[in-house]
Design a protein around this ligand. Structure first.
Ligand SMILES: *[C@@H]1O[C@H](CO)[C@@H](O)[C@H](O)[C@H]1NC(C)=O
Ligand SMILES: *[C@@H]1O[C@H](CO)[C@@H](O)[C@H](O)[C@H]1NC(C)=O
Ligand SMILES: *[C@@H]1O[C@H](CO)[C@@H](O)[C@H](O)[C@H]1NC(C)=O
Ligand SMILES: *[C@@H]1O[C@H](CO)[C@@H](O)[C@H](O)[C@H]1NC(C)=O
Ligand SMILES: *[C@@H]1O[C@H](CO)[C@@H](O)[C@H](O)[C@H]1NC(C)=O
Length: 436
């Protein structure tokens, strides 16, 4: 079952589309935009100098206060800060889905200029559209309303980067749709350069990016287009090749999970070019931990903790085995139109051990003064067996006769339709960017 799911997620054609989705036209527009930005930048220099002065002063004050505090209490202070910066006392991740067709969807599928064909379920024939109308209702409080104006203001002259695999890209597209829906075409643009794709809200000089790094560390699957490689190899101790592209961001949202969900992983010590590199096949969970430690070391030493807000998305669940929620065996998310109602439902594919590894690494980082907020979207997404594209997305290869006779066999029960579940992930991100 696992294998089957993974295979779908690694289908190169699924991935390919995303990268190619930018028409030629856009490239030219970008060059022009860059030129005028240069002029703007010169003009903005003086302003920036002033704000740097102000910021430095603020920084010195903060540092002084910090140093004056007793050293022994540092961990406690950091723990307090972490608590304050979280979204209040209410657990936003524990709650239920409520049908709400007056507020949801937050945008229309066809109204999103940069929608991906992997998530455009309506366009590809899905007729039951209830999956677009669910609101996440935490027990004991409400999610703040997603205010596009407010978020764009917050992102003015800033850069928000999603780093990870195709699920993170799914969330990035959702964010692009949420923010872009209200902007006229002349105010938004999409630029792509290798592993990096950037959505720009031009008036705000805001950049909302996605960087393809499915294992976070370097691997032989890093090509954003041709990454379907059967013998996967990870350089678990090397991340700088990727990290240099996002280290200066103002908000970073990471994920990595599905690509590690296999029994063992081939780890390389040395570079891909070096024939003397040493390979070893190790337990995937251990490889996952090595990689996350490399990632956390990078965050500790290279990311500006006063400036950059850090988030990690927990595992996105899959719905490949219908028997887990009471269907006959062989069924999956195909034909599902309602969320699972059972509170606390947990699918078998969701790997708790990997969750524990992430928690451990984040906790250790916190002890070293770096606060990464884990957005615990696993449980709330577990309920949404109805939210996947199943057969309603672009098929990159013609379907075989057998597939046509048995549509469930090629259903995508990993990614999510948009508008849909990832919009709520972004609402949660929003809640953490604007704590009460
Ligand atoms: C919303 O759902 C209710 C109940 O299912 C239905 O009566 C109503 O027509 C729906 N409204 C819209 C705008 O779809
Ligand atoms: C959204 O935020 C803007 C700017 O902060 C504010 O002026 C506006 O009232 C907000 N809109 C809503 C509906 O809350
Ligand atoms: C535009 O935003 C970038 C960050 O994404 C920043 O480095 C740059 O200074 C901004 N440009 C201006 C003119 O403020
Ligand atoms: C694309 O990225 C490369 C490497 O980061 C950089 O050297 C190049 O200038 C970029 N190209 C464009 C068109 O931005
Ligand atoms: C995430 O949520 C699940 C279920 O609500 C819980 O079991 C798990 O401990 C949570 N993890 C974190 C880091 O909060």
């Amino acid at each position: 079952m696992n294998l089957k799911a993974t295979k779908t997620s690694l289908n190169p054609h699924l991935q390919k589309k995303k990268v190619v989705m930018l028409p030629r036209e856009e490239g030219r527009k970008v060059e022009m935009a860059t030129k005028s930005q240069f002029t703007l930048r010169l003009w903005g220099l003086k302003n920036r100098f002033n704000s740097i002065l102000t910021m430095s002063t603020a920084l010195i004050i903060v540092l002084t206060i910090f140093i004056t505090m007793r050293n022994g209490d540092q961990a406690e202070i950091l723990a307090m800060e972490a608590k304050e910066s979280s979204a209040g006392t209410c657990d936003l991740f524990s709650g239920q889905w409520v049908y709400d067709n007056t507020t949801y969807p937050l945008y229309s599928e066809s109204g999103c200029k940069f929608m991906s064909d992997q998530s455009a379920c309506e366009k590809f024939g899905r007729r039951d559209l209830k999956y677009q109308n669910w609101r996440w209702q935490p027990h004991g409080c409400n999610l703040p309303r997603f205010n596009v104006t407010k978020l764009l203001e917050r992102l003015r002259d800033r850069r928000l980067v999603f780093v990870g695999d195709s699920l993170n890209r799914n969330q990035w597209i959702s964010m692009v749709c949420l923010l872009g829906a209200s902007l006229p075409d002349s105010h938004k643009i999409m630029v792509s350069n290798g592993s990096l794709m950037s959505f720009k809200a031009k008036e705000h000089n805001a950049s909302i990016d996605f960087y393809w790094a499915p294992l976070l560390v370097e691997s032989n699957s890093d090509d954003p287009v041709h990454h379907r490689i059967p013998d996967r190899v990870a350089r678990a101790q090397s991340i700088e090749k990727h990290a240099r592209h996002w280290t200066n961001a103002d908000v970073l949202v990471f994920n990595t999970y599905l690509w590690w969900r296999r029994p063992t992983m081939n780890i390389l010590w040395g570079s891909f070019e070096d024939e003397h590199g040493i390979h070893k096949e190790i337990d995937s969970l251990r490889g996952y931990e090595l990689a996350l430690n490399t990632w956390s070391d990078w965050l500790e030493f290279h990311v500006d903790h006063l400036k950059t807000k850090l988030f990690f998305m927990s595992m996105s669940p899959t719905h490949s085995s219908g028997e887990e929620w009471g269907r006959p065996s062989g069924q999956n998310c195909y034909h599902e139109t309602e969320p699972i109602a059972e509170e606390g439902y947990r699918g078998k594919d969701t790997n708790e051990n990997m969750m524990r590894v992430v928690e451990k690494v984040i906790k250790s980082l916190r002890g070293r003064g770096v606060n990464v907020q884990m957005l615990n979207i696993t449980q709330l997404s577990e309920y949404r067996k109805d939210g996947h594209p199943s057969i309603y997305r672009k098929q990159w290869e013609p379907l075989t006769k057998e597939q046509q006779d048995n549509p469930g066999s090629y259903a995508d029960c990993i990614h999510w339709c948009l508008p849909g579940v990832p919009d709520v992930w972004n609402q949660l991100l929003y809640a953490y960017l604007f704590p009460e």
